[in-house]
Design a protein around this ligand. Structure first.
Ligand code: PXP
Length: 238
């Protein structure tokens, strides 16, 4: 079965809107796990706009497995990751002015910083995935630099309009998955997935993990986090 990692950053965004104590992303993580999440994903950004260092530390104490830290390949955050030791790190590109992660990491262009980050994280026994575009050159470079997994960005698929364009993006993801698997990489996907567009994605052979945030947290406002996660699990089965 495909694993579901629930990204709870938006819960922290609501808390930071008031610099208050609630809602606590740690509570959201507990309810997400009760609803059937296999893991919890958080992005500790350099500007700390949502998840705080405290959240990561408490999550490490409360999430028994499947804690996935999204982060930029920068020394400050690498050091935090090596101390907290999440089960997995997913390296992502990060720009201060962006609303959310835009596009995949340019593994080819940022060869040195990515290699440096992977080496340090692997030394701390942390498994590393790279968030990349579904592109064979980026996949090959990820393997060369020592990643164990790639998270293929599904934003382009999610934003595609019209059947032909959606089908084209699905084929791109299918081809990239087959290529990554053929060279021994695990394949994850995420970004922009929701209760409707997830269905064709879960049929892609070789896909092992999804990371979904916005749609689940949005639904949780109305139905609660545990039910929102249960419903995503049902959507993934259907
Ligand atoms: N994967 C990565 C690498 C991301 O940066 C994000 C957004 O934080 C997600 C998955 C989840 O995307 P969404 O919130 O659109 O479901």
């Amino acid at each position: 079965m495909i694993r579901l990692g629930v990204n709870i950053d938006h819960v922290a965004t609501i808390r930071q809107a008031r610099r208050a104590k609630e809602p606590d992303p740690v509570a959201a993580a507990v309810f997400a796990l009760l609803g059937g999440a296999d893991g919890i994903t958080v992005h500790l950004r350099e500007d700390r706009r949502h998840i705080q260092d405290r959240d990561l530390h408490v999550l490490r104490q409360t999430v028994p497995q499947g804690l996935n830290l999204e982060m930029a390949a920068v020394d400050e955050i690498i050091d935090i990751a090596c101390t907290v030791r999440p089960d997995q790190v997913t390296l992502v590109p990060e720009r201060r002015e962006e609303l959310t992660t835009e596009g995949g990491l340019d593994v080819l262009g940022q060869h040195e910083s990515v290699f440096n980050a992977i080496s340090k994280l692997r030394h701390a026994d942390i498994s590393v995935a790279l968030f990349i575009d579904p592109d064979s050159a980026q996949i090959d470079a990820s393997k060369r630099l020592g990643a164990v997994a790639v998270e293929l960005q599904t934003a382009t698929y999610s934003e595609a309009v019209g059947t032909a364009s959606i089908q084209r993006q699905l084929r791109v993801l299918e081809k990239a998955t087959a290529h990554a698997k053929s060279i021994g990489l695990h394949v994850h996907m995420g970004h922009g997935l929701n209760y409707l567009n997830v269905k064709p994605i879960v049929r892609i052979p070789g896909l092992e993990e999804l990371n979904i945030g916005h749609s689940i947290v949005s639904r949780s406002v109305f139905v609660g986090m545990d039910r929102a996660v249960r419903e995503m699990r049902e959507a993934m089965r259907g």
